[in-house]
Design a protein around this ligand. Structure first.
Ligand SMILES: [Zn+2]
Ligand SMILES: [Zn+2]
Length: 351
């Protein structure tokens, strides 16, 4: 048997239950989960009225753990391997996107915790192609958030057309924003953090930001414009109204990248984009190999996830904390029965 945090039906909220331990089918592995992050998107998953695999539904797409059971036909992975699984939960392997290496945009891609039960549990079954290897230097709790918050912000930065010294603005200082800020400064960019109120200024500076803009005191687009404009704005907060106003803060040739998703639409003056060569892009996540790159960069450059840790049994309480929007900065659930970091290190991960 295993413990998991589930939603039993639409609108039923989150509860911790005991269920049967699943076994992997061919091509799949069972991972014993040690740590599993809570992402803003999970609030939507918990509240959703439907589920691709029915109810009970188990959210969770920022997972770190140990390979415990291999299905048939799985090659390249061994029991005891320390692995992470993110939002990308597998792809078809044969469509045009997959053959181009763009796994994330496979039309048949699977999303962890959405297409199949996710990581707020003691074990998870995933396709082997969703696995990333965890850097030896990272604990499970540090590694888990790289599956979504880490890889998403890392890719948004490294895939933008920037040079050292470019000005990057991070809009929103939460789970994604606090990592985007650290990545941007470590990549050599002048970094501006924009958030509501002045209580986050201290944090922004501590994370390495060079300038802080309190969006309740000055429209962020105007503030950025006065600095000369941002070459990249990463919008991690999903407020479309605020996002529209950010376009005013783009430099010539600047790019606004949207990471947060809501149901809204943004309104932008076309002439501005055309005459200044600016662009607006959406950006979702990365592949398992991108997750490994993000972890490696974090280890080399001292990027750390600042997190609040809750026991898996207290998942409902942790979810309330997530919904409050005041967590510093990522909430991570830890499974009590899972192997600890010390054990995993001591025997070289061979367990
Ligand atoms: Zn996420
Ligand atoms: Zn595909």
């Amino acid at each position: 048997m295993m413990t998991s945090a589930v939603v039993r039906g639409p609108g039923r909220g989150l509860e911790v239950v005991s269920s049967r331990m699943p076994t992997p089918a061919p091509g799949q592995v069972r991972v014993e989960v040690v740590a599993s992050g809570m992402c803003g998107a999970d609030l939507g998953t918990v509240a959703s009225s439907s589920s691709a695999y029915g109810f009970p539904l188990t959210p969770g797409h920022e997972i770190a753990g140990v390979v415990a059971d291999l299905g048939e036909q799985v090659v390249g992975w061994r029991t005891g391997d320390r692995v992470a699984i993110g939002w990308f939960g597998g792809s078809c392997g044969h469509c045009t996107a997959c053959r181009r290496g763009d796994l994330v945009h496979c039309p048949d891609r699977l999303v962890t915790g959405v297409s199949y039960p996710g990581g707020w549990a003691e074990s998870i079954i995933v396709p082997a192609d969703a696995l990333a290897r965890i850097s030896d230097q990272l604990t499970f709790a540090q590694a888990a958030p790289f599956g979504c918050a880490g890889v998403t912000t890392f890719n948004a930065l490294r895939n933008a057309t920037l040079r050292p010294g470019s000005r990057v603005a991070v809009f929103g200082l939460g789970g994604l924003g606090h990592l985007a800020t650290q990545f941007a400064t470590r990549m050599g960019h002048e970094t501006v953090v924009i958030a509501r109120g002045n209580d986050r200024e201290r944090w922004a500076v501590e994370l390495g930001a060079h300038t802080y803009v309190d969006s309740t005191r000055c429209p962020p687009g105007v503030a950025l414009g006065e600095m000369g404009g941002a070459d990249l704005i990463i919008a991690t907060a999903s407020s479309t109204e605020a996002t529209s106003a950010l376009v005013d803060g783009l430099a010539i040739g600047g790019q606004l990248t949207l990471l947060g998703v809501d149901a809204g639409a943004i309104q932008v003056p076309v002439a501005r984009l055309v005459t200044r060569g600016q662009k607006i892009t959406g950006h979702l996540t990365g592949t398992p190999s991108d997750i490994e790159d993000a972890m490696a960069f974090a280890v080399t450059n001292g990027v750390e996830v600042i997190e609040e840790i809750y026991a898996l049994e207290d998942a409902a309480q942790a979810l309330e904390r997530l919904a409050s929007g005041t967590a510093r900065f990522r909430i991570v659930l830890e499974a009590a029965a899972a192997p600890r970091d010390r054990e995993a290190f001591d025997d070289g991960g061979a367990r």
